[in-house]
Design a protein around this ligand. Structure first.
Ligand code: PNS
Length: 163
């Protein structure tokens, strides 16, 4: 039986840390859906459609296409998406104890809601300090974010007028 996994996130924008987790998930599961989800707790910098485009470009540049599906989900529970596509696993990256504290209640609620388990992956230590919020802040203040993001995102940020 094949296992379908979902890697959800705001991806605002996708970072090298995200790509690392996506690549590890692609090596573990038969089919992996990378899903851009609106997080009402965060003020987004980029529209969801743009985040999907950047993810698609980053995944293509990294040579990770194939068994990856990239899409977005903005209506209803994330586990509803999982049920729709037959996914039994959510995959999240964990950088620190702060991430564990943030992710633990969501993992329990998602399991209670629909029996969807969450698998936590440890990113490469080189990416342990990388976050989308840090990238947004450095980019908005004119700094170089190329060490933290895929080339497609670095190019896009260099050309964009950021708030
Ligand atoms: O990259 P983020 O912002 O940490 O991702 C968090 C996200 C979007 C994955 C999380 O907020 C989420 O799962 N949202 C979906 C809404 C939902 O289903 N909530 C109820 C169960 S936690």
């Amino acid at each position: 039986m094949s296992t379908v996994a979902v890697v959800p996130g705001s991806f605002d924008p996708v970072t090298l840390g995200h790509l690392d987790v996506i690549e590890r998930a692609a090596g573990l599961f038969d089919e992996v859906h990378v899903v851009v989800v609106h997080n009402p707790g965060k003020e987004a910098m980029f529209p969801i459609a743009q985040r999907v485009t950047l993810l698609e470009q980053a995944i293509a540049q990294a040579g990770l296409k194939g068994k990856l599906v990239v899409t977005s989900w903005s209506v209803g529970l994330l586990v509803d998406y999982c049920t729709d596509v037959g996914a039994s696993v959510l995959v999240k990256g964990i950088r620190s104890q702060v991430d564990v504290a943030y992710e633990q209640p969501m993992a329990i609620v998602n399991r209670n809601l629909a029996g969807v388990e969450t698998v936590f992956l440890l990113p490469h230590p080189a990416n342990a300090h990388v976050s989308s919020s840090l990238v947004r802040q450095v980019a908005a203040l004119g700094g170089d974010v190329s060490p933290y993001v895929p080339p497609a995102v670095a190019d896009y940020l260099a050309k964009s007028e950021l708030p």
